[in-house]
Ligand binder design. Structure first.
Ligand code: 4NP
Length: 166
C-alpha cells in the first residue's frame, strides 16, 4: 500500500501564501524525518502568475526564518482532486472556488481550511492575503502558516496511529 500523503496548498495567486505553506511544510517534514511520507505542492485559483517564483517580499520574509521558496506558480486544475489526498485552502474565496471546481462530493470532502490546523491562533478562520500589505502582513501570514503546518504534521501522525491500531 502507498504510505504517502499528498497535500496541495491553494491560494489566489500561488505566489505568496500557498508556496510559503509548501516550503514550510517541506522543511518541517524534513526536520521530523518524515519527508518521504509526504508529497507537497501548491497552486492558485488565478493563473495570471503562472511560471513565476514566489513574490520577492514573501521569499525574503521566509528566508529570514530559514525557508527557501523555489516553487513556480501554476493554476489549480480538476485533476488535482484525483492526485491529492488533502487540498488545503487559505481563505473563503479559495474555499468557494475549489468547491465549484470539485468533480464530486467525495472530492469536495478533501478540501480543508488552513486555519483548521492552527492551534496557537484561535479565532482565525482564514489566512489573509498579504499582497497589498506591508512587511507585517507577510510576518502574520508566516506565523499562521507555521502554526498550521505543525497541526497538519500532527494530524498525519494521529491518522497513522489510528490506522495502525485499526
Ligand atoms: P496569494 O497572494 O494568493 O497569497 O499568492 C496574491 C498574489 C497575487 C494577487 C493577489 C493575491 N494578485 O491580485 O495578483
Amino acid at each position: 500500500m502507498n504510505d504517502t500523503t499528498k497535500i496541495l496548498f491553494v491560494c489566489l495567486g500561488n505566489i505568496c501564501r500557498s508556496p510559503a505553506a509548501e516550503g514550510i511544510l517541506r522543511a518541517m517534514a524534513a526536520r521530523r524525518g518524515v519527508a518521504d511520507r509526504i508529497e507537497i505542492d501548491s497552486a492558485g485559483t488565478y493563473g495570471g502568475h503562472a511560471g513565476q517564483l514566489p513574490d520577492t517580499r514573501m521569499r525574503r520574509a521566509a528566508a529570514q526564518r530559514g525557508y527557501e521558496l523555489t516553487h513556480r506558480a501554476r493554476q489549480v486544475r480538476e485533476e488535482d482532486f484525483e492526485r491529492f489526498d488533502r487540498i488545503i485552502v487559505m481563505d473563503d474565496m479559495n474555499y468557494e472556488t475549489l468547491h465549484r471546481l470539485a468533480p464530486s462530493r467525495a472530492a469536495a470532502q478533501r478540501i480543508f481550511r488552513m486555519t483548521e490546523f492552527c492551534r496557537r491562533h484561535p479565532g482565525h478562520s482564514y489566512v489573509p492575503d498579504p499582497y497589498y500589505e506591508g512587511h507585517e502582513g507577510f510576518e502574520r501570514v508566516l506565523d499562521l502558516l507555521e502554526d498550521g503546518c505543525e497541526g497538519i504534521l500532527d494530524s498525519l501522525d494521529s491518522t497513522k496511529a489510528a490506522t495502525r491500531k485499526g
